[in-house]
Design a protein around this ligand. Structure first.
Ligand code: 6PG
Length: 468
């Protein structure tokens, strides 16, 4: 046996992590707020050697010092309450790892409360859903080097591995950074899913059946667009509803729900002053999809004017939008790293995301090598390989987006992904906005030809004043 680990929370993720730990040779003590659930779990897995704990105190006393406890309960108030209860049974030097989808600022606060008691605290983003948690998730660890030393072996045993056998788990920075990186992962996930759905919409409006769409995504998954989300898109599209025999997606409501991580990503980007338009549009589209009262007031014409889009052009558009989305996501990670002094390493993050997680795809090795070659890359799109993606696919993407507009197919994620790339490489018209602001609000502006901050006396002869 390798060691002992405590698990709090036996929902689908917690139970899968507990089984993963047991499979990897750990003695696992399990606790769930509803004892019955823990009892059933242990009964269902009689050969795994689980230690059933009725209370948090039992859990703490079942573990040798320094204790390692992984918490996998609902983020927010439930996590906070359980961990503060647990802390009264722990000793200085014990480690609590929050593996829920907690908001990173909550983790920072919880970390400092634990630190006052001498308890080590880490926030670990876990991606890959239930199956990932069971077979090997991608794990984004934020915590002190001391906390990492206590848990690195455990985490690297249970995490996913890249095709060349590297662990998809690393310490990324101090407390807060693990959940921040996981949050951005999910923001990227929203945008990739949004872009895929838009391309599906194009095909659907062209009259393709779900089976035909499935075949297209399957082909793409075998090529440049290889990735978990492409793969499951094809699987979901070919699935038949058991009740009606219809294509499954045809019976699923267009109200896509969400748990809020995408919203946090956008709010955090706004707070950090970082532009992530495709993630923003994807979140707005999710919100819009659930605004049924608003949408039902309008007629829904599923046909619209006919358009014809070549499937290889649609593939190129999707491919380039993925590049743009990843670029925005990494920009957000690096902005946060700068603001908080986390020292996030994009090479490590790309490695962690290469396997196990939801956004794993052929892009991750490319991203990893781009930042490895140039750690000071100002944007992923500045890397020669990403630049050439733009050169090769840009024209097709423009045609797809333009035809979407003409065909009344909303493509907010694809469109904003393209505009983001154009924003990077063209002068912005915001010189006019700067001048307007100064006109009505005397807010001042910068000049292109001289250092300093200026204001023009618009109503009083147009004299310019240098403010600093
Ligand atoms: C993952 C996912 C997962 C996330 C859901 C949330 O990496 O395994 O990101 O952790 O909770 O996908 O998405 P919704 O907001 O759509 O529910």
């Amino acid at each position: 046996m390798k060691g002992c680990v405590g698990i709090i929370g036996l929902g689908s993720m917690g139970a899968s992590i507990a089984l993963n730990l047991a499979r990897n040779g750990y003695k696992v003590s399990v606790y769930n707020r509803t004892f019955q659930k823990a009892e059933d779990f242990v009964k269902e897995n009689p050969d795994k050697g689980f230690m059933l704990c009725r209370t948090l105190e039992d859990l703490a006393s079942s573990l040798p010092s320094p204790r390692v406890v992984m918490s996998v309960i609902t983020a927010g108030a439930p996590t906070k309450a359980a961990l503060s209860d647990l802390s009264s049974f722990l000793n200085p030097g014990d480690l609590v790892i929050d593996c829920a989808n907690s908001f990173y600022k909550d983790s920072m606060q919880l970390g400092s409360e634990m630190a006052k008691k001498g308890i080590l605290f880490a926030d670990c983003g876990v991606s890959g859903g239930k199956m990932g948690a069971l077979l090997g998730p991608s794990m984004m660890f934020g915590g002190s080097p001391e906390a990492w030393k206590l848990s690195e072996g455990i985490i690297k045993d249970i995490c996913a591995k890249t095709p060349s056998g590297e662990a998809c788990a690393e310490r990324l920075g101090p407390v807060g950074s693990g959940h921040f990186v996981k949050m951005v992962h999910t923001g990227i996930e929203y945008a990739l899913m949004g872009a895929i759905a838009e391309v599906y919409d194009i095909f659907r409006r062209e009259g393709f059946s779900s089976d035909q769409c499935a075949q297209i995504f399957k082909r793409w998954d075998e090529g440049d667009l290889h990735g978990y989300l492409t793969e499951i898109t094809s699987k979901v599209l070919e699935h038949k509803d058991k009740k009606t025999g219809k294509g499954f997606v045809e019976i699923v409501s267009d109200k896509a729900h969400m748990n809020g991580t995408g919203t946090w990503t956008v709010l955090s980007a706004l707070e950090l002053g970082c532009s992530v338009p495709s993630i923003g549009e994807a979140v707005f589209e999710r919100i819009f999809s659930s605004e049924s009262d608003l949408r039902s007031a309008f007629k829904h014409d599923s046909k619209g004017p006919g358009i014809s889009i070549d499937s290889s052009e649609a593939m190129q558009a999707l491919y380039l939008s993925f590049a743009s989305i990843f670029s925005q996501g990494f920009d957000l990670l690096l902005s946060a790293s700068k603001k908080y002094g986390w020292g996030l390493d994009p090479v490590k993050i790309a490695q962690i995301w290469e396997a196990g997680c939801i956004i794993r795809s052929s892009f991750l090795p490319k991203i990893r090598s781009a930042f490895k070659k140039n750690p000071d890359l100002p944007s992923l799109m500045a890397d020669p390989e990403f630049k050439s993606m733009e050169e090769k696919n840009g024209q097709s993407m423009r045609r797809v987006v333009a035809k979407g507009v003409l065909g009344e197919i909303p493509l907010p994620v694809l469109d904003s992904s393209l505009s983001y790339l154009d924003d990077l490489s063209h002068p912005l018209p915001s010189n006019l906005i700067g001048a307007q602001r100064d006109y009505f609000g005397a807010h001042g502006y910068e000049r292109t030809d001289e250092e300093g901050f200026f204001h023009t006396e618009w109503e009083e002869g147009g004299e310019e004043i240098k403010r600093q």
